[in-house]
Design a protein around this ligand. Structure first.
Ligand SMILES: NC(=O)c1ccc[n+]([C@@H]2O[C@H](COP(=O)([O-])OP(=O)(O)OC[C@H]3O[C@@H](n4cnc5c(N)ncnc54)[C@H](OP(=O)(O)O)[C@@H]3O)[C@@H](O)[C@H]2O)c1
Length: 292
């Protein structure tokens, strides 16, 4: 990883924090996107210890907001001449339905829209830096869910865990479509389930869910273990050309049938581009029709 530049979100806590420190320890220069100043500074200080002698970067954005995500992508793209890896990892679960300033349901906005908008904003840098990799943290919580394109903002029958599961289904469908569209660009896109990991995840989701998560976490794996698949996807030569796959425990895994639906993946991309106010046609210039 020496000399590689890695942009990562959600590295102020949990799985992303450990993954960032591991990759810094392997010689990568880490560029963090954080939302909180104190947590960001603390993460940067830990990176300087894990990967000394490298000028790690830190930027601030609330990734639940489209304008913020576009702004930070443009800033990073202007400052960083090359980006070898993008790790979209920031995520959250909300026990009650909330809307963002953009009028989007907050789980969908944070967990799905931000992955799309940040990746689009860094697209030219990633393509120019090829071979490069995009890694999107998803979850097995996608299983048992399907997308309702008539209610992507979950206006009806809100359930925090179901809505979270659908946002993670979006991560897998989005990664699938990204891999298809960017085929031939030599930028791969893969997604993963980290396992059930004892992090701060769910602590602020409120109500019964937060309580349940706290109890369940006694059975969860450590953030060190949970970060292993991200580190593997970021650094292993074994996956240098693998794209569009879902990983668990550093192996290709099979997501749900709904997560393998190419028509849904295509439609999600189009709807997301519309919501983000971005053109829908980001296909790699040298792309060949994907054969999966
Ligand atoms: N824990 C699990 O069992 C589990 C299982 C499957 C998948 N995952 C996935 O793993 C990823 C990381 O979760 P984790 O378990 O490590 O949780 P975590 O400890 O709560 O970390 C979440 C990270 O996302 C950041 N974040 C949340 N909302 C943000 C926003 N609006 N803007 C910018 N950053 C934001 C947080 O920043 P702050 O530090 O400022 O809060 C933090 O760095 C998520 O995508 C989650 O869905 C987790």
């Amino acid at each position: 990883m020496r000399g590689k530049v890695v942009v990562i979100t959600g590295a102020t806590s949990g799985i992303g924090q450990v993954a960032a420190e591991k990759l810094a320890g392997m010689g990568a220069r880490m560029v963090l996107v954080a939302r909180d100043k104190a947590r960001g500074e603390a993460a940067l200080a830990r990176l300087r210890e894990a990967g000394p002698g490298v000028s790690h970067g830190l930027y601030y954005a609330d990734l639940s907001r489209i304008a913020e995500t576009k702004r930070i992508a443009a800033t990073i793209a202007a400052v960083e001449p090359r980006i070898d890896l993008l790790i979209n990892n920031a995520g959250a679960l909300f026990g009650t339905r909330q809307l963002t300033e953009d009028g989007l349901e907050r789980t969908f906005a944070t967990n799905h829209m931000a992955y799309f908008v940040l990746t689009e904003g860094l697209r030219q840098r990633l393509w120019a830096s090829a071979p490069a990799r995009v890694i999107n943290t998803a979850s097995d919580a996608h299983k048992g869910n399907q997308l309702n394109f008539n209610d992507l903002q979950s206006a009806n029958n809100y359930s925090g865990f179901k809505v979270y599961g659908r946002s993670k289904l979006c991560n897998i469908l989005y990664t699938r479509e990204l891999a298809r569209r960017w085929a031939g660009s030599h930028v791969t896109a893969n997604t993963l389930h980290p396992g059930f990991v004892a992090t701060r995840f769910g602590d602020e989701s409120g109500g019964l869910f937060a309580f349940g998560v706290r109890v369940a976490k006694t059975f969860a794996i450590s953030p060190e273990k949970g970060a292993e698949t991200i580190v593997y996807l970021a650094s292993s030569n074994e996956v240098s050309t693998t794209s569009g796959s879902y990983f668990y425990k550093c192996r290709v895994a099979t997501p749900s049938r709904e997560a393998q639906d190419d028509a849904a993946a295509k439609r999600l991309w189009e709807e997301t581009a519309k919501l983000a106010g971005l053109p829908a046609g980001s296909t790699a210039p040298q792309a060949t029709p994907a054969s999966r």
